[in-house]
Design a protein. Sequence first.
Length: 240
Amino acid sequence: MSRRAGGRRPDEGRKITLELDVVPYAEGSCLISTGDTRVLCAASVVSGVPPWREQSGAGWVTAEYAMLPRATHTRTSRERTGAKGRTQEIQRLIGRSLRSVTDMKRLGQNTVTVDCDVLQADGGTRTAAITGAFVALSLAADWMLGEGLAERDPVTEAVAAISVGLIDGVPFLDLDYGEDSNAQVDMNVVGTKGGGFVEVQGTAEGDPFPRSNLDALLDLATAGLDGLFAAQAEALAARR
């Protein structure tokens, strides 16, 4: 299997677009599209921090995630009574990823919440959400600097995420839904521009996989992340 839907090579990511300032009232916002997956990310800055954070002198960054009812082929009910299982896992992952590249002291006693809403899902919604959420967070940080709420940029470096998988023994980058459903191994990798890993989520769907496969998938993910960092930097540079 050397070619995929749209003619992509196994080591080729989907086309990515980052549209900034799509939510006028948010301090930072980004609509990210990776192939047919589209996620709207909006960052809100409010004064104050959670009670357990008040004596720290530092701020806080958190995230919420939701999938709109018709983001998929069949309607999914809204989680009106609060986030459940998978949703909680994903929004915690997004929050951890953003905090890994944020200097909380520079935030002051302020909280940034990034809402990530999936408009259309075709695989990789959590990875797209992290990549887009970082752009929204960066724009919110710019706003804080402009308003005098921060003296130095609280964002220390870029963070992004991408999926990889093993299909018929071949490593694949940036899986769409059909590929993810057929992968013998699927993995989500969150990394920073400086080369560090924030989180690696990897699962064998059948037989265990050897260390050599893990190394190959991480190498492929690292190459894919470089492309995402470039897209983030280009979008932010055009805005600034």
